[in-house]
Every structure is written in C-alpha cells, then in structure tokens.
Design a protein around this ligand. Sequence first.
Ligand code: TYD
Ligand code: MG
Length: 454
Amino acid sequence: MAKAKTAYVCNECGDDFSKWQGQCSSCHAWNSLSEVRLASVKSSPSTRSGYAGSNDAVVQTLAEINLEDIPRVTTGTAELDRVLGGGLVSGSVILIGGHPGAGKSTLLLQVLCYLAEYNSALYVTGEESLQQVALRAKRLGLATDKLQMLSETNVEQLCLTAQKLKPKIIVVDSIQVMHMAEVQSAPGSVAQVRESAAFLTRFAKQTGTVLILVGHVTKDGSLAGPKVLEHMIDCSILLEGENDSRYRTLRGSKNRFGAVNELGVFAMTEQGLKEVTNPSAIFLQRDQEISSGSVVMVIWEGTRPLLVEIQALVDDSHMGNPRRVAVGLDQNRLNMLLAVLHRHGGLMVGDQDVFVNVVGGVKVTETSADLALLLAIVSSFRDRPLPQTLIAFGEVGLSGEIRPVPSGQERLREAAKHGFKKAIVPAANVPRQKIEGIEVIAVKKLTDALEAID
Ligand code: TYD
Ligand code: MG
C-alpha cells in the first residue's frame, strides 16, 4: 500500500524534521520550516515482516562486478571532461553552479550542440526564451540542426516530454525556476528545488539519462537550495570568475566518478567560452620589471601543476591593530605563518599591515603555497625584488621547518618548461636526477630559505 508522508524542511539550511517547530534546531533560523510531501513509500511484505518472503537479490564480490558497462561520453571540451573525471557517465546527475553571468548557459549550450551531433540531447530552458537561446547559438556559430529545445518549468510535464523523446542528455536551466504542481511553495524555495531535483534525479536514474542541472549560487558562494541536493547528485561543479575578468574556472567539489578539485580553465570571448589549454601562461602575465613582494609558486590542481603569482604588501600600520588581509588564501594560515616568520625567521612585522593576494583570482587551498607566501612578505618588507626567474614551493611547519609537498618533480618540470631558472624547494623534494634548465636550492629550515634570497 502506498503511504504519503510529509516532512518539514528548513528554507535556510535544508535540514528536515518530522514535526513543525518555530525555530530550526540545525541553523537556528526562525520561522523557516515549510511542509513538503515526500514521495510515497511502498511497504512490501518482506520489509514489514522481517526476513520473510522470497529474496532474489544477487550478491557479487567487487571483482565480479562488470566495469565495462560504464562508458563515458566526451563533452567535446577537454577541460570539462577533466573536471568530470573523463566524460559523462549515463544515468549520472551533474549540478553546475555559478553566479549569474558566469557563463553556465553559454557553456552548456556549446557542449550540448556538440553532443547533439551523435546523441539525442534536450535543452530545457526555464529562464531564457527559446528565441534568446537560438539567437545566442546562431551568434556563436554552433551547429543548431540537431539539438532539441524545450521551454518548460513544470517538472512533471518536462519528464512526460522527455519520456517521449528519450534523450540521452538533458540540461535543465535552471533548477531554481522548476516547480512541481503538488508542492505548494513558490519556485526557488527550498521545498520546490528539493522536490523538483528529486523527481528529475529519479527520472534520470530510471532511464539512464545524463541530467545536468544548472544552479545559482548565493552571495557567499554556496549553491542556493537545500543541502539535500548535494546528496542526490553525483557530481557538483562550480563555474567561477569575476564578471570583469575574461577567465572562468571550473572546479569539481564532489564527484562520484572521478577525483575532485580538478580545475578547468576557460576564457570568455566573443565566440563564447574557449578552453585554455595552458593555464599557467595566463596567470603569469608579469611585467619585465618585477617589483618587490612578488613570487611565483607552483600549486597542484587536481592532476596537474599550475604556476601562479603571489603578491604581498607589507606597510607601516597606522592602526592599533595592524591589518592582515589574505585574498585567495586562508586568513588563519597567513596569521600562523607570520608568527612562524617572527619566531623562526626573526622578522618583526607586528607593527605592519600585511596584505597578500593571489593574482588572477585563483583560490589556493594548498599548504605548498606557504614558502612562496613568506618569501613574498619578506621581499616586500625589505623592499627588495626577487629574481624574475625564481619559483618556490613548500609547506612551512610551526617550528620553522620546510616540509615536502606531493609531486615535487612535476612541479619543477612545469616551472622549467616556462623558463624559470631557480627554484627554492623543500630538501625532500629535490629530484634525484637533475632537471634540465633549472637550478634547485634545497632548504630544510626557514632560515635556509631566507639566506637563499639574501
Ligand atoms: P550566461 O551563459 O548567460 O551566464 P549564466 O547562464 O551563468 O547566467 O553568460 C552571460 C555572460 O557571458 C554575459 O555577461 C555576456 C557574456 N558572454 C560573452 O562575453 N560572450 C559570449 O559569446 C556570450 C554568449 C556571453
Ligand atoms: Mg543562464
């Protein structure tokens, strides 16, 4: 027998409760719970009466499971394929987030026009009119004769149409405008987003369709909508980049079919989004004359190295509490490294404002940036530029030791490829065989590194 159940979902954090309450006990928001109807649960005899009834489920060992059945479809865009872990897997659900104007619709239109040549593909637009999308496709010079378009915001209708068309790939632009008739709250509300996504996900899993959902992000950069969305989908990707910048980065934050934290880089041009195959080159546009406080570091992004410039500005503070500002880096890490610099490097920056910035809007979460960050700060403090052909990487420990980081050799090779001549790296990262064209300076302690730039 089917049973319809209801639950109460918090519009702020997406947590759910069985009873209504005035304040959400997870995020403490007031009056944020709204009622949602859960999908009906079929209670079968075997679940009700313990282990009775027949059970024909097959148990296999891991080795017996057939892996051949997971073909991946390339999206025609190597950067997107990399972030997805090698292409689209059928039946998978992918969420692409980004702020308005990031280029989500443009990217997906380009990808779908390519895919439509060999697979049946359906683009569902709920935000823009069909004419707007068609005009854009024409202007970008895309192949327009195969891609099927649908303007729809009702999820049930959408799935009915999809059932007839049987597309292999569906793009829903965006999940925030989708709604289900039986859910009473407005489109964009947590209840609607959650139920619509759940309905679409079920459809995708049952039919083996690739489902790509577009989602908008909130001001703080997280995906608008409930957390439950994150559990349903297989892959979550963020398209980031400032509106006034030409470059957009694509980063996976969850992927059931590949590694996360892969970075894809695109440039927004008059012809839409173009892949950037050599991203190091764009984040490294340095003037001939290098000023103090600038160092290039090699960070590791997913499966490849990336050269980025880090800048520091150290200046006399006129406030009681000197400012420490980190853009693209972790603020706490900066505070910690300044303490290490004081204690083990003997540099007094307690009365100085310290600003650090990663050029090109790249976000660095790796500890391998520590050494380059400290060298940039020292360079700015002494007002002495470092050599233009110098790179540095390495983690700095609390006792002033320089710790090794993964993939040291590959990082050095990438630096040598881009014409860097000198590298300050942790002693344990020095390659056994010399890398052509680059002099490697091994450092064990922070004082060694400071000596090397003296
Ligand atoms: P869009 O794909 O509509 O963004 P989203 O769907 O993420 O909101 O991208 C819109 C922005 O991209 C808009 O600000 C204009 C810019 N753009 C270009 O610069 N060149 C182009 O060829 C296209 C199609 C858009
Ligand atoms: Mg859009």
